[in-house]
Design a protein around this ligand. Structure first.
Ligand SMILES: C[S@@+](CC[C@H](N)C(=O)[O-])C[C@H]1O[C@@H](n2cnc3c(N)ncnc32)[C@H](O)[C@@H]1O
Length: 312
């Protein structure tokens, strides 16, 4: 399925793009957001990252049809600061992160992200890395499986599922998404299986997060992006589940609070230090009703934006 970009207009307009600015799209995907940013640039430049070579290959032509003010970088957005510094870029006007899996990744049976197809357990966004879902399922210890299923899947039956995985792989490795779904179903009580939603959803989410180090990348990527922002520069982040949004919320909160100072130190009002960053929106922005009816991916999307305080 074609990737429909989430909150496209809103996100790009929140970045306050200027034609001569330098922008970073940490999650190129199929260049939906990158295209909109590029259209607004005159002498400026866009650096777009993706760890998936297919995303890079399939976006290039689309962007070239707009203009050539862009550079595609096959790298983890968590490393954006080093990657940009190595290209002599030390400050940028705006950064966008639209995290998670793209529709082409999810809908390609060969990538093994979905329980809708029976395919080899893979789930790597970066197909050159060695850790994949097969290794996690067949090689992680019982306690590590329980940990990731609880933490990344918020799966209440983590122990039961991990125990069944352990028992099954003693007979033969669990090779496909279909085999894993069967194992998960065998671990869940009937009342849970008959509830709405796929019974393997939470386990698959947990595996995907583990395989792609998604939460660690998000933390490092946010820090790198904040370090790069110029005064007045903005970081916009679209997240898709509560674990991601909680990280964005906490990092934005801690950076938008003034440093703690000892109340006994006498300071004039103008001497009281201000926070380096300002929250552009206190509450996350959600997709409009119109978008909700057109794009099911937008249902869980939350957009948060932060700005580096302008120098006075
Ligand atoms: C939701 S899609 C982005 C869609 C894009 N905004 C668009 O409109 O077409 C997320 C993309 O980010 C990439 N990605 C996920 N984690 C990444 C990371 N840590 N570093 C670089 N790219 C990443 C995925 O491979 C995927 O292509």
């Amino acid at each position: 399925m074609e990737h429909i970009s989430v909150m496209l207009e809103t996100t790009v307009s929140m970045l306050n793009i200027t034609g001569d600015g330098i922008y970073v799209d940490g999650t190129l995907g199929r260049a939906g957001h990158s295209s909109e940013i590029l259209k607004r640039l005159t002498t400026g430049h866009l650096y777009s990252f993706d760890i998936d070579q297919q995303a890079i290959d399939e976006s290039r032509e689309k962007l070239e049809r707009i203009n050539n003010n862009f550079t595609l970088i096959k790298a983890n957005y968590a490393d954006m600061q080093d990657e940009l510094n190595s290209r002599s870029i030390y400050q940028v006007d705006g950064v966008l992160l639209d995290i998670g899996v793209s529709s082409p990744q999810f809908d390609d049976p060969d990538r093994g992200f979905s329980y809708r197809y029976d395919s080899r357990l893979d789930m790597r966004m970066d197909q050159s890395q060695s850790l994949d879902a097969y290794k996690v399922v067949n090689e992680y210890s019982y306690s590590d499986l329980v940990r990731i299923l609880y933490r990344y899947g918020e799966e209440p039956f983590a122990k039961q599922i991990a125990r069944k995985i352990e028992a099954r792989r003693l007979q033969k490795p669990i090779e496909t998404t279909g085999e894993l779904v069967e194992v998960i179903k065998s671990a869940l009580p009937e009342r849970v299986k008959s509830k709405a939603g796929h019974p393997a959803k939470q386990t698959f989410q947990a595996l995907r997060i583990e395989v792609n180090h998604e939460l660690e990348n998000l933390e490092r990527g946010l820090q790198g992006a904040l370090n790069l922002l110029k005064p007045g520069g903005r970081l916009a982040v679209i997240s898709f589940h509560s674990l991601e949004d909680e990280i964005v919320k906490q990092i934005f909160k801690s950076n938008s609070q003034p440093p703690l100072i000892d109340k006994r130190i006498p300071l004039r009002a103008e001497e009281i230090p201000e926070a380096e960053f300002i929250l552009v929106n206190k509450k996350p922005i959600l997709a409009s009703n119109e978008e909700l009816s057109e794009n099911h991916r937008s249902h869980s999307a939350k957009l948060r934006v932060i700005e580096r305080r302008k120098a006075v």
